[in-house]
Design a protein around this ligand. Structure first.
Ligand SMILES: [Zn+2]
Ligand SMILES: [Zn+2]
Ligand SMILES: [Zn+2]
Length: 402
């Protein structure tokens, strides 16, 4: 007899009052063709609204709740069995104020239709930062994926262009240049060439290479798109505390500042946390340090441009719904959309980058991350007008892409 027992303190926590335990796969039973978990929703709690490729079924064991599948909702209770088709969007709410809702979820791989269209593709892997050469770890991630996709599309007769944008305006480039006592543009040019050369040796030579520091048309186009966002009221000027290092006489953002992530506590730079992938406002870092002098920065008020994301939450959720996102990505996207004050920093107080070029924001550059977002749409319009943009990225950059 094979019986597995566990206690309540082995349950893992999810947001919104859900605890769960994965019960299959189970080491004692090899190769089960399905996965399963047992979940408990606290009174008033709910599962995250989500969707996935595997088909799934819920069996309600105890309690009552409301099941939402795409645009329909229905009440469920003990003994009810719910079937969830691949990719439907669903959540389960416990409406009771006092009783737990207990259910079992079983999920399995199910056939899904092939959704690749014949629309030409522009494939952009994560822009490599030219502050050093590429290593195998870089190549094995988004770049191998991008080249594989290019070969796949072409084998199917779908036009595909692989574009490499080197991320020359990153703070990491300015950091390394300062360390080596060279102008950042010189360092960026050297490593950009080395990176493109590495792609060629890897038999994954891009069809198009864009070097922002040597491409005036690119810089003009990014500035024009930024100005258009500002002129149409999409960007908001916000005065807020920001970190400033007095000995270094510079504002600290991105790789210029390091501290504890306000969400998970791990060591993080001032944009996104490598450990939990969350966007990080440098001012929220615990025990922040200037990465150059290791000094403690001071808080000063600065007015910068931001893109408030709250207004787009519904549209972003609609955009995410049909995507085939890994479960962790889908969970992160849903969590971020639930933060009402979420913003994307659009400008930074710094000198290495594309100047904002808007009166009142002198001495500010377009945030390098925001630049990449603007670049993706500009480069698509330029190289594959009307085509599909295919982005290959690591989960640590998910915030930028989602
Ligand atoms: Zn599900
Ligand atoms: Zn974190
Ligand atoms: Zn400093």
């Amino acid at each position: 007899m094979t019986i597995r027992k566990f206690s309540r303190d082995e349950l893992e926590s999810e947001p919104h009052g859900v605890t769960f335990k994965d019960v299959y796969p189970w080491e004692a039973i090899p190769d089960t063709p399905f996965g399963a978990s047992l979940a408990i929703i606290e009174p008033g709690g709910r599962t995250m609204l989500h969707g996935h490729d595997p088909a799934e079924t819920f069996v309600i064991c105890r309690g009552r709740g409301t099941m939402r599948i795409d645009d329909t909702t229905t009440e469920v209770g003990p003994g009810d069995v719910v079937y969830l088709t691949p990719r439907c969007t669903h959540d389960l709410r416990n409406d009771s104020a006092t009783e737990e809702l207990v259910f079992v979820s079983v999920f399995w791989d199910a056939p899904i239709g092939n959704r690749v269209t014949a629309t030409p593709k522009l494939i952009i892997p994560s822009p490599p930062t030219p502050n050093g050469p590429l290593h195998l770890g870089h190549l094995s991630g988004p770049y191998l994926l991008a080249d594989t996709l290019r070969r796949y599309y072409r084998a199917r007769g779908i036009p595909a262009t692989l574009l490499c944008l080197t991320d020359e305006h990153q703070s990491y480039v300015a950091d390394r240049a300062l360390h080596e006592g060279r102008p950042p543009a010189e360092l960026a040019a050297q490593y950009s060439e080395s990176i493109v050369d590495t792609f060629a040796k890897f038999h994954a030579k891009p069809d198009v290479v864009v070097h922002p520091t040597r491409d005036a048309a690119y810089r003009d186009a990014i500035q024009a798109r930024f100005a258009q966002l500002h002129a149409t009221g999409k960007l908001e000027a916000r005065a807020a505390n920001a970190l400033y290092c007095e000995p270094c006489a510079m504002w600290l953002y991105d790789s210029f500042v390091v501290g504890g992530c306000p969400h998970c506590g791990e060591r993080s730079y001032g944009f996104t946390c490598d450990a939990c992938c969350s966007p990080v406002d440098p001012i929220e870092l615990r025990d922040p340090r200037c990465d150059r002098c290791q000094g403690t920065p001071v808080a000063r008020t600065a007015t910068k441009l931001v893109l408030p994301l709250g207004a787009y939450a519904e549209r972003l959720a609609d955009h995410h719904r049909p995507l085939r996102l890994a479960p962790k990505l889908r969970r992160l996207a849903a969590e971020w959309l639930e933060r009402p004050a979420m913003i994307a920093p659009a400008s930074q107080l710094g000198s290495w980058g594309i100047p904002v070029g808007i009166a009142g924001f002198e001495g500010q550059i377009i945030s390098p991350w925001f630049e990449v977002a603007l670049a993706a749409s500009y480069l698509r319009d330029l190289h594959v007008p009307g085509g599909d943009l295919v982005c290959c990225f690591g989960i640590d950059n998910a915030f930028l892409y989602l």
